[in-house]
Design a protein around this ligand. Structure first.
Ligand code: ZN
Ligand code: FE
Length: 256
């Protein structure tokens, strides 16, 4: 199986997974880069996996379905361009011979879902849309901080080797914030060096892994004493884990 990050818009990635003949695409906000890749690689599109309703994740769905006849999968709790197979947490769908487990990850949007498979080409793979980014997490537009924390906990509990396919290249700016939160995190400093080198070569920093994110991402580390202490220096009244997480997200929203 081949995993390809197709750049779109300013900083989106449309993830394409293929076996040389058949493909699936995740969150095609734009049809054109997907059509180009299918033609260039000689692939037939079998499945379109959608994580949430935002336009930069759904704008190309209808055109691709029409052009290819691919089946569309998406969150039962949100409206995306239909017809599509509506999924909720605990469901499993078979696409490209792989059983994808659906995980509910509300927070960025109310019905956001993620797709996980334990063995794709020998390693676990996660498509998490705008819930988890490398070094960061999505903004909480429709859900609550408690929901987002629980969603990130669910993703953080996946195997360390899980490849994390996020929908945006936000890594370097996220890492700048992460270093403000945890200036003494040696793994974070080393990871930042690696990501800078990749961006200088115009390469994606993604996929990341769950193991890496647990070591460097403040939003998966909000219960760590170093992170909680840094947050309380900004928000002294944050006195439980949800309040600390909420204050961390607030701090990032205003960080320059
Ligand atoms: Zn979004
Ligand atoms: Fe997005």
């Amino acid at each position: 199986m081949n995993l390809v990050a197709l750049p779109a818009f300013e900083d989106n990635y449309l993830w394409l997974l293929h076996d040389g003949a058949r493909a699936l695409v995740v969150d095609p906000g734009d049809a054109e880069p997907v059509r180009d890749a299918l033609a260039r690689l000689g692939l037939q599109l079998h499945g379109i996996l959608v994580t949430h309703h935002h336009g930069d994740h759904t704008g190309g769905v209808a055109a691709l379905r029409e052009a290819t006849g691919a089946t569309v999968y998406g969150p039962a709790g949100e409206r995306i361009p239909g017809p599509y197979q509506a999924l909720r947490g605990g469901d499993a769908v078979n696409v490209l011979g792989t059983a994808w487990q659906v995980i509910d990850v509300p927070g960025h949007t109310a019905g956001h879902i993620a797709y996980y498979a334990p063995a794709v080409g020998g390693a676990p793979l996660l498509f998490c849309g705008d819930t988890l980014f490398s070094g960061g997490c999505g903004r909480i537009f429709e859900g609550t901080p408690a929901q987002m924390l629980a969603s990130l906990d669910a993703l953080g509990a996946l195997p360390a080797a899980t490849r994390v396919c996020c929908a945006h290249e936000y890594t370097l700016s996220n890492l700048r914030f992460a270093q403000a939160v945890e200036p003494g995190n040696a793994e974070l400093i080393e990871y930042t060096r690696q990501c800078r080198a990749l961006r200088e070569q115009h390469q994606p920093t993604l996929p990341s892994t769950i193991g890496t994110e647990l070591a460097i991402n403040p939003f998966l580390r909000s219960r760590q004493p170093t992170v909680a202490k840094a947050v309380r220096a900004h928000a002294p009244s944050a006195n439980d884990e949800v309040a600390v997480f909420a204050a961390l997200r607030e701090w990032k929203n205003t960080f320059r």
